[in-house]
Design a binder for this molecule. Structure first.
Ligand code: F0G
Length: 413
């Protein structure tokens, strides 16, 4: 029988909790928890690949989900009632104009904005809300810069659960807010930034009355890790030289790190990509930690960027993300507001489009190629995390030449 546990990532603690235990962080030492398979699951790689391939032709709800299709690696019994909107199964696009812009022979974009609510959050949310339902929770909550909110609101509605969201007042795009409201969530706007909301929500769930589904919740990471599985499959089980992701609260980079680790351990891939995390220069505590070879992350008190999705100064998952970067020989870099805007417009010219936070990836790749860190003939995949229509205000202002960076600098078109 396959058995999973929740294990504390603290090297001195490593405490273990059942998967059905209602905990988010280690009750002993306060560190993050990670789902770990402790028995069973000695699969044969070829058989797994074939099972997953066959499921793509199936009409069963779980098989049609790009997350639950990989359920051998998810911590649930086979009879669990899943809460799904048919997430995952997103395109891996060739982006020739972006490749040229970056100085690469070829660049591919894994577009997570093509999920049901328009962002990568859905791949984690289907798993976290399934767990909430399994635990009998009636109420789910999160802090959000907008996409987690929209995603949670949708999955909570599917599961007929109450949903409450804390968002920084005046800093969430209209589209994301509209989604959360339409799916029936209660949205509480808080003075401050995402980090203020995160602190408030962690207080709120102390009494057990609601289930927290920010990426501090290890079940979110389990869902998001399957994107690495799907990508590997799309690349015929040959990982690229470089995998580039935007960094905010750092759940996504943590999830890619875990996904790659599990793929390697299962013999499904034979080499790992270097994972590069790109942050906006005004909200870059993780990049600073990397540059300074620090041992502890120093929060950014006043994060600033027009890429509102990643305007985060106290990323909760930084230790896991640190593992993803260091285990794969990757790096953490920053890009400016102008570089993000330029890259975003280039992505649009490939007929793809994304929200500003996602464009940090292409901006980062352009920089790394120009610095000879990435060679022009290497294989590179950038992960686009959100849909173009998530933030149209930014797009219109940019194209009308009215976009102004937080420090007052005019963004050039
Ligand atoms: N890209 C988009 C479009 C996002 O919405 C986020 C995070 C990120 C990148 C960064 O991912 O936090 O896992 O490093 N959005 C969160 C939210 C914070 O509340 O929607 P991360």
């Amino acid at each position: 029988m396959i058995q999973f546990v929740q294990r504390c990532i603290g090297p001195e603690c490593r405490a273990v909790f059942e998967v059905d235990q209602w905990v988010y962080v280690c009750p002993r030492c306060g560190e993050l928890l990670e789902i770990e398979r402790v028995s069973g699951g000695a699969f044969e790689a070829g058989e797994l690949r074939e099972t997953w391939r066959q499921r793509r032709a199936s009409m069963e709800e779980r098989d049609r989900s790009g997350v639950w299709r990989f359920r051998e690696f998810l911590p649930f019994d086979d009879d669990v009632e899943v809460v799904s909107l048919g997430e995952g199964n997103t395109q891996l696009y060739d982006a020739p104009r972006c490749a040229e812009y970056c100085g690469l022979e070829r660049l591919r974009l894994k577009h997570q904005g093509n999920n049901p609510t328009g962002s990568f959050k859905d791949t984690g949310m289907t798993v976290a809300v399934t767990q909430a339902k399994k635990l009998g929770m009636k109420r789910v909550v999160c802090a959000s810069t907008g996409n987690t909110a929209a995603s949670l609101a949708a999955y909570a509605a599917r599961a007929a659960m109450e949903c409450m969201i804390m968002a920084p007042a005046g800093q969430v795009s209209a589209a994301k807010l509209a989604q959360a409201l339409d799916y029936g969530a209660k949205v509480k706007e808080i003075e401050g930034n995402f980090d203020t909301c995160m602190r408030a929500i962690r207080e709120l769930v102390h009494d057990g009355s609601a289930y927290l589904v920010n990426s501090i919740n290890p079940f979110r990471i389990e869902g998001q890790k399957t994107v690495a599985f799907e990508l590997a499959e799309q690349l015929e089980w040959r990982m690229p030289d470089h995998l580039v992701v935007p960094g905010g609260n750092l759940g996504n980079s943590s999830a890619f790190g875990k996904g790659v680790r599990e793929l390697l351990a299962a013999g499904l891939i034979d080499r790992q990509p270097q994972i590069t995390v790109v942050q906006a220069a005004g909200a870059a505590p993780f990049a600073r930690l990397y540059e300074e070879h620090g041992s502890d992350l120093v929060n950014e008190e006043h994060p600033q960027t027009l890429a509102s999705a990643i305007k985060i100064g106290a990323p909760v998952s930084w230790k896991k993300a640190w593992g993803a970067v260091s285990d794969t020989g990757g790096r953490v870099i920053t890009v400016s507001e102008q570089e993000i805007a330029d890259a975003k417009a280039r992505i649009g010219r490939d007929g793809i489009g994304c929200e500003p936070a996602s464009a940090t990836t292409v901006a980062g790749i352009q920089k790394l190629v120009s610095e000879n860190v990435i060679r022009s003939d290497e294989s590179v995949v950038a992960v686009l995390t959100g849909h173009l229509l998530k933030d149209t205000d930014y797009v219109i202002k940019y194209h009308e030449g009215r976009l102004v960076a937080p420090d007052g600098t005019k963004i050039k078109k």
